[in-house]
Design a binder for this molecule. Structure first.
Ligand code: ATP
Ligand code: MG
Length: 448
C-alpha cells in the first residue's frame, strides 16, 4: 500500500528530460524494469556498453513491454559496426548481405544486433519507378535510426542500464494512448515500402492499437503499390499475419480496408470460396487459440487448410468425371499446388506435409477391418485428425465422424472392436462401377 502510494508520488514528480532532439523518459514514468529484458539482450547491451559503444533494446520489444505484453524477441541497436560487434562477442556471426546484422547467441537465445541505420533522403535514394526504396543500408546515428523506422511506437530505445527510454517521435505518448502512428508523411512512407500498409493492419490488430486517422487514410488508395513487392516478402508478411495469434482480426481489418482483393493471392484464395470461407475462418480461429495457449502451429497445416476447398473442388470434378477417388486426390493436389506455386511462392518444404494431411482425410471414412488401426499408426495422424475436426466444425462432414475417431483413439481394445463397422459401411466415396468384364470369373478389383 505504502509502496503503491510512494510510487504514485514519485511518478508525479518524475519528469521527461530533453537530450538533443530526444525526450528521455525515466523509469519512474514508464515503469519498464531492466529485469523485464531477456538475459541475452541484457548481456548484449552490457557487453557493448562496457566496450564503449551505445546499445539499446529497440523496436517491438520496448513497445510490447509498455503495452504489458510479452515480447516475441529482443532486438538491440548500437553504434558499433558489425565487425566491432563481432569482436565483442565470441559466439556471434554476421548475417545478411544487403544489410549486415549480427546474431549473438546465449545458450538457446539468439539476439539480433543491428548498427544504427539512416534513412536515405529522397534525392539520394534509389527507388523503383513507384518510389519503393531499393537501398536503405547506410549506417547512421540513433536519431537517424529512429526516423527510418515505421511507427512511432516502434522507434523507442530502451537503455537497460539507466532504464531510460529515448523517444524522438512522441512514440511513448502514442503507445500509452494506444495509437499506431506512422513516422513522417504516411504517403511517402507507404510509397517507400508498401509492406508498411500490411504491417499497419497486422500490428494494430495484434496489439489492439487504434490506427491513427492519417496513417489509415491513404491505405485504400495506395493498395495497388503492393503489386510491386517481391512475392517472397509478401508471403513472409502474410505468414506473420496468419501466425500473429490475431489472424481473424487481421483478415477482418484487411477486408474493411479493401486490401483483400486482387492483392494477395493467398487471401483471394480464402475469400473467393464461399463454401470454404467458414472452414478457413475456423482454421484461423483455431490457430489463434493454439497460439494463445503457447501450442505450436505449423505453417504447413495452415496452408493445407487455406487450400483445402480448392483441392476438394478439383477432386469432386475429377470423381464426377469417373476418376477413382484416391487417384483423383493425387491429381487434385498436384494441380492446386502447381497453380498456387506460381502465385504464392509457398515453399516446397511444406508440400509433403500438406499432401499427407489431405490424403489421410479419405481414410477417416474407412472404419472397418484393420484400416482404422493402420491410420492410427500414421506419423501425421494427429495433424490429419485436427484437420478432420475442422471439417466437422464447418459442417463439411458429419460431426459423428469426428466423435467416432476421438473415441476410437483412446478406447480399449474391446471397445475398439465394438466400434468397428461391418466391412464396407461408411465409405464416403462410391466405388466406381466398372463395366462388366467380358471374361467371366475375374475377381473384381479392391477399392483403393
Ligand atoms: P513483431 O512483434 O511482429 O516482431 P516488430 O515491430 O518487432 O513486430 P519486426 O519485423 O521484428 O517487427 O521489426 C523490428 C523493427 O524494425 C520494428 O519495430 C520497426 O522499428 C522496424 N521495421 C520493421 N519493418 C519495417 C519497415 N518495413 N519499415 C520501417 N521500419 C521497419
Ligand atoms: Mg520483432
Amino acid at each position: 500500500m505504502i509502496k503503491k502510494f510512494l510510487k504514485r508520488v514519485f511518478r508525479k514528480s518524475a519528469k521527461v528530460k530533453k537530450q538533443g532532439n530526444a525526450q528521455v523518459i525515466p523509469f519512474a514514468l514508464h515503469g519498464v524494469a531492466c529485469e523485464q529484458i531477456s538475459y541475452g539482450a541484457k548481456r548484449v547491451t552490457d557487453g557493448l556498453q562496457a566496450a564503449g559503444y551505445q546499445a539499446y533494446v529497440v523496436g517491438g520489444a520496448v513497445r510490447d513491454l509498455l503495452l504489458h505484453k510479452i515480447p516475441k524477441d529482443f532486438d538491440v541497436a548500437t553504434n558499433a559496426t558489425p565487425e566491432e560487434i563481432k569482436r565483442v562477442f565470441r559466439r556471434s556471426r554476421i548475417i545478411g548481405r544487403r544489410f549486415r546484422l549480427v546474431h549473438v547467441m546465449f545458450g538457446e537465445e539468439l539476439v539480433e544486433v543491428a548498427t544504427f541505420r539512416c534513412k536515405i533522403e529522397a534525392e539520394d535514394a534509389q527507388t523503383d519507378e513507384h518510389g519503393r526504396l531499393l537501398r536503405d543500408n547506410e549506417f547512421g546515428d540513433q536519431e537517424q535510426d529512429a526516423a527510418r523506422r515505421d511507427f512511432t511506437a516502434n522507434a523507442l530505445f530502451y537503455d537497460p542500464t539507466t532504464q531510460e527510454i529515448f523517444d524522438y517521435h512522441n512514440g511513448y505518448a502514442d503507445t500509452c494512448n494506444n495509437v499506431l502512428r506512422m513516422i513522417g508523411d504516411p504517403l511517402v512512407r507507404y510509397r517507400e515500402d508498401p509492406v508498411r500498409m500490411l504491417r499497419a493492419v497486422r500490428l494494430s490488430a495484434k496489439l489492439g492499437m487504434d490506427l491513427d486517422a492519417a496513417t489509415a487514410a491513404p491505405i485504400t488508395q495506395m493498395k495497388s503499390l503492393l503489386d510491386n513487392v517481391p512475392e517472397a516478402r509478401m508471403l513472409d508478411e502474410m505468414l506473420k499475419m496468419l501466425l500473429s495469434g490475431h489472424s481473424v482480426e487481421c483478415i477482418q481489418q484487411l477486408r474493411q480496408m479493401g486490401l483483400h482483393q486482387g492483392l494477395l493471392p493467398l487471401l483471394d484464395v480464402i475469400m473467393e470460396q464461399p463454401m470454404g470461407e467458414k472452414f478457413v475462418m475456423l482454421a484461423l480461429k483455431n490457430t489463434d487459440e493454439r497460439l494463445s495457449q503457447d501450442k505450436s502451429v505449423s505453417p504447413a497445416f495452415l496452408f493445407a487448410a487455406l487450400l483445402w476447398h480448392e483441392v476438394r473442388c478439383v477432386w469432386q470434378r475429377l470423381v464426377e468425371q469417373g476418376e477413382r477417388p484416391v487417384g483423383a486426390m493425387h491429381i487434385a493436389m498436384e494441380e492446386v499446388l502447381a497453380k498456387q506455386k506460381k502465385k504464392l511462392a509457398i515453399p516446397h518444404r511444406h508440400d509433403a506435409i500438406m499432401k499427407e494431411i489431405w490424403l489421410l482425410q479419405q481414410r477417416f471414412e474407412q472404419r472397418s477391418g484393420q484400416r482404422p488401426y493402420r491410420l492410427l499408426e500414421q506419423p501425421r495422424f494427429r495433424a490429419a485428425f485436427d484437420f478432420l475436426l475442422l471439417r466437422c466444425a464447418s459442417d463439411e462432414v458429419d460431426n459423428e465422424l469426428g466423435l467416432w475417431w476421438d473415441e476410437f483413439q483412446d478406447a480399449s481394445d474391446a471397445r475398439r472392436e465394438e466400434m468397428l463397422r461391418p466391412d464396407g459401411v461408411g465409405v464416403m466415396v462410391k466405388k466406381r462401377r466398372r463395366k462388366p468384364r467380358k471374361k467371366p470369373g475375374v475377381v473384381s478389383e479392391q477399392a483403393e
